[in-house]
Structure formats: structure tokens, C-alpha cells
Write a protein that binds this ligand. Structure first.
Ligand code: DQA
Length: 148
């Protein structure tokens, strides 16, 4: 079987991982997260590309381009989770299998974080497990793609 292609998207401020609120988000840098995802992907016969942006429009552009190139998307939309109808509409329009992940348990945090406008267009959501949210999210996404 040919290798699957997966795009991992990270939203605003996730470039600061490692130094940003390590009690909440852990001490791994974004580069380390991406390396771990690529390694897990290669064990699951999936090629993993990663993209981070602080800009909603750049994420939307990348998602539109991804529709023709990738088999599925793994996204941590960061703060955009809670209010970005742009991201939600773009993800819905692109139609690729989608898993949403969060490092922290957004349901155990401030009220504004407890609602995701992205979840209704995702195949599944994993949160609260730190780096394992991403790794389990990748595994779940690959299963979703294989079923689709
Ligand atoms: C986050 C949770 C969001 O509320 C926050 O804005 C982030 C990271 C997480 O991974 O736990 O930037 O998505």
C-alpha cells in the first residue's frame, strides 16, 4: 500500500511551545513535537508535514491547498479553536478527514476555552494528554482515513 500524506497544523502561539506556560503545555518545543509526529507517522506508513502560523488567513490558505495534496489533517487550532468561523468553514469546505487536538484539557480551564467551534466539523477530538494528544490524534486520523 502507498504511504498516506498527513498535514499537521498548529495555530497561533504554538511556536512558543517549550517556554510558554510549561505547567500547562509541557516543556517540549514545537520542533520536538513535529519530530515525534514524523517519527510516529513513518512507523504508521504515513508521511507527515507540519505547518504553524500565527495568522488565521495563512492557515486557511494552507488548508485550501491541502485538499488536493493530503489524505487528512491533524489540527491544534490553539486560541482559534474558540472563535474562528473562518477556520471552521475552511476545514469543512476542504472535506478531508480531520482530527482536532489540544495539549491541555480545555474543559478543565477558563470558560472561554470550554467551547470549540472546530469540533463539529472534526471526525474526533483528543485533549488533555500533552504530547500524547498529538500522537494519539495522528493514530486516530490514520484510522479515519483508512475507513473513509
Ligand atoms: C490549546 C488550548 C487553547 O485554549 C490555547 O489557546 C492554545 C493551546 C492546547 O493545545 O491546549 O493555544 O489549543
Amino acid at each position: 500500500m502507498s504511504r498516506l500524506k498527513v498535514l499537521v497544523l498548529h495555530g497561533p502561539n504554538l511556536n512558543l511551545l517549550g517556554g510558554r506556560d510549561p505547567d500547562i503545555y509541557g516543556s517540549l518545543t514545537l520542533e520536538q513535537v513535529n519530530e515525534a509526529l514524523k517519527e510516529r507517522g513513518s512507523n504508521l506508513r504515513a508521511e507527515v508535514d507540519c505547518f504553524q502560523s500565527n495568522h488565521e488567513g495563512l492557515l486557511a490558505d494552507r488548508i485550501q491547498e491541502a485538499a488536493h495534496v493530503y489524505d487528512g489533517l491533524l489540527i491544534n487550532p490553539a486560541a482559534l479553536t474558540h472563535y474562528s468561523y473562518v477556520l471552521r468553514d475552511t476545514l469543512a469546505a476542504c472535506g478531508l478527514p480531520l482530527v482536532e487536538v489540544h495539549l491541555s484539557n480545555i474543559y478543565a480551564r477558563e470558560a472561554f476555552r470550554q467551547h470549540s467551534v472546530i469540533s463539529p466539523v472534526a471526525g474526533g477530538v483528543i485533549c488533555g494528554l500533552g504530547m500524547d494528544s498529538y500522537l494519539l490524534g495522528l493514530e486516530a486520523l490514520i484510522r479515519l482515513i483508512e475507513k473513509s
